[in-house]
Ligand binder design. Structure first.
Ligand code: OFO
Length: 164
């Protein structure tokens, strides 16, 4: 059963949003690559691949429901930042915005009684809890370092061990 236009439009936009998230995190990885913080760079690369997986999950779903995928242009992303603190503040803020978008899609899926889409979106709702938690955890650790580069490097090394 095809997805109703009202929800389909949001799904199409979300494919772009997820790719833009990947692009945003790649920009952050590029920034970290130009600093000693190679662990944060690695974390951002992993985060970018995860966002591409999120995009492809929507891509496949739109196809599976018999709709035709549209791909919209991506905007350019910054690769210059001033500190890890700035980057992770922005990461958390970004994930909170994504959560809001996912909730809005879920609200529409409820409104039009698209039960199958609700199940798909429940996966993203749970995923967003994890995404926000990860960003918040790293941000909180960075906030405790004050001016200590040594403490920051320690967090960088720990964060760089991210597996998935
Ligand atoms: Fe960072 O989250 Fe996608 O959906």
């Amino acid at each position: 059963m095809v997805i109703e236009k009202k929800l389909l439009d949001l799904f199409q936009e979300q494919i772009r949003n997820e790719f833009e998230s990947a692009y945003k995190y790649l920009g952050m990885a590029a920034y970290f690559e130009s600093t000693p913080y190679k662990g944060f760079a690695k974390w951002m690369r992993k985060q970018a691949s995860e966002e591409m997986e999120h995009a492809m999950k929507f891509f496949d779903y739109v196809n599976d429901r018999g709709n035709h995928v549209e791909l919209f242009p991506l905007i350019s992303m910054p690769t210059h930042y001033t500190s890890p603190l700035e980057v992770f503040r922005e990461t958390l803020e970004h994930e909170q915005q994504v959560t809001h978008l996912i909730h809005e899609m879920y609200r529409v899926a409820l409104e039009i009684q698209d039960f199958a889409a609700q199940v798909l979106l429940q996966w993203y709702i749970i995923e967003q809890v994890e995404e926000e938690k990860q960003a918040q955890d790293i941000l909180s650790q960075i906030e405790t370092t004050g001016d200590s580069i040594a403490a920051l490097m320690k967090i960088d090394s720990k964060v760089g061990k991210r597996k998935d």
